[in-house]
Design a protein around this ligand. Structure first.
Ligand code: GDP
Ligand code: GDP
Length: 441
């Protein structure tokens, strides 16, 4: 099943502080490029934006909370409110103050929010452009947030030490995922009994064969088999059951489904075999659901094509449209495992599924897309409130997993809309997409 969200997400660092202290300049410095736009007009309203960052080999996401409309009335309250949103979604907070100005009421308002959040805080005393300003930075001890890191976002002074402190404040590094395990991609052939799974494996791997265990003199079936398709080697997992031709008689459906589940768990990509001459059944749907929930890549094989006539093909297309609409992203091959016809198309579709499964999009691109999506199609109001997507990040690939930080729970319909738009924009062929929502309570 999917890895728990806490262990896969890139940690999020929110950069907060009142307008004009140099947050955007500091974000640019952290990113090492001028992606976040610095406004010379103080307090120009900007959306919250987030970016991928890396320091000392550690990846994290930086959220620039930007500036807010500057009018004296209620300013402190509004800053605190905006900071609260960003802080609630973050794993650590980089609080920026302007050492040359000292602390103002607005700073104090943010400090109160920070204390209540109990999130780790790193304090940056900015605009310390030279040694003379160091003393002003030291005055920031009075905020009660620990050591002030004297930095100059503009010139880069002290920012290395600051980032070291930020990394230290972050939770443990995420644990390894599939992506670190190299070697051939693992593929499982799944499907209900009698659709032609063993026939397909036999055709792919050549004639029936078995491995003789010399020591015991017994014949054992290999559990996995390496098969080369279009110059790419794949490891077909749990093929022993297919080889042994264990007959999955109706009474043994339970064991068949257990074995299917095991194969799905071990695989990265599933080849789902369907009999073109039968209506898509509940059993087919259950297997497809397992594949999608486990987050495996998926290709659909419509087998026994040699037995279909024109009429059957006509109805099959309608059935696919009606019953398999939720899997429209899965590439498909019509073939005959018996004659070998169109078998040579399998490599291509598996490759497509692998590419979608591994696809990654940058946090910057994702948030530009989410911004457009939220603007053109906001979430419907629920109980007087309008849940909003604040920002998002692709926490991992294999399968593509996105974490959406929101100001409230999102409807399932809206999530499906987000997924559809993600696919329109970025593709993700042959793979389920997992969306996780982290709503601010
Ligand atoms: P934000 O509103 O907090 O995002 O602040 P900006 O990054 O837009 O910076 C506000 C102003 O402060 C800009 O004119 C920056 O050039 C200037 N600034 C930012 N960092 C420094 C710094 O380290 N030293 C000096 N002297 N000016 C800075
Ligand atoms: P499994 O239970 O899914 O492994 O299915 P098998 O590979 O054992 O196939 C079940 C039956 O369907 C066997 O009699 C096969 O010969 C037959 N079969 C498999 N693939 C095809 C095909 O593409 N066309 C035709 N006509 N028969 C097939």
């Amino acid at each position: 099943m999917t890895v728990p969200e806490q262990s896969i997400a890139k940690p999020v660092v929110a950069v907060v502080g009142r307008p004009n202290v140099g947050k955007s300049t500091l974000v640019n410095r952290i990113l090492g490029r001028r992606e976040a736009v610095v406004q010379d007009v103080p307090g120009v309203t900007r959306d919250r934006v987030s970016y991928d960052a890396i320091w000392n080999g550690r990846e994290f996401v930086v959220v620039d909370t930007g500036g807010w409309a500057s009018d004296a009335e209620g300013m402190a309250a509004r800053i605190a409110e905006q900071a609260e949103l960003a802080i609630s979604a973050a794993d650590a907070v980089l609080f920026v103050v302007d050492a040359t100005v000292g602390t103002l009421d607005e700073d104090e308002a943010v400090v109160r929010v920070l204390r209540e959040s109990r999130k780790p805080v790193v304090l940056a005393a900015n605009k310390v452009d030279d040694a003379r300003a160091e003393a002003e930075a030291a005055a920031m001890w009075n905020l009660g947030l620990g050591e002030p890191y004297a930095v100059s976002a503009m010139h880069g002074r002290g920012t290395g030490d600051l980032l070291d402190a930020v990394l230290e404040a972050l939770p443990e590094a995420p644990r390894g995922t599939f992506e670190e395990v190299r070697g051939p991609r693992r593929v499982a052939i799944v499907g209900k009994p009698n659709v032609g799974k063993s026939s397909l494996l036999n055709k792919l791997a050549g004639s029936e064969r078995s491995v003789v265990d010399d020591a015991s003199g017994t014949t054992v079936d290999p559990v996995d088999e390496l098969v080369e398709l279009d110059g790419q080697v794949y490891q077909f997992v749990d093929t022993a059951g297919l080889r042994k031709r264990v007959r999955e008689a109706s009474g043994h459906e339970y064991y068949a489904s257990l074995r299917t589940q095991g194969a799905i768990e071990r695989a990265e990509i599933c080849v789902m075999v369907i009999d073109s001459n039968e209506t898509v059944s509940d059993q087919d749907m259950r297997i497809l659901t397992s594949v999608a929930e486990a987050g495996r890549g998926l290709v659909l094989v419509f087998n026994k094509w040699d037995l279909t006539d024109e009429e059957r093909r006509y109805y099959l297309e309608r059935e696919i449209e009606r019953d398999l609409r939720a899997y429209a992203w899965a590439p498909r091959v019509n073939m005959s495992a018996l004659t070998g016809s169109h078998l040579n198309r399998l490599g291509k579709v598996i490759e497509t599924a692998v590419s979608g499964w591994e696809q990654r999009i940058s946090t910057g691109k994702l948030n530009a897309f989410l911004g457009r999506l939220v603007a053109s199609h906001p979430h419907p109001v629920r109980g007087g409130k309008q849940p909003r997507i604040l920002f998002g990040t692709q926490a991992q690939s294999g399968p593509p997993t996105f974490i959406l930080f929101t100001s409230g729970d999102l409807d399932a319909t809206y999530l499906r809309y987000v997924e559809r738009r993600l696919r329109e924009e970025f593709g993700f062929p042959g793979t389920p997409i997992h969306l996780q929502v982290r709503a601010r309570e």
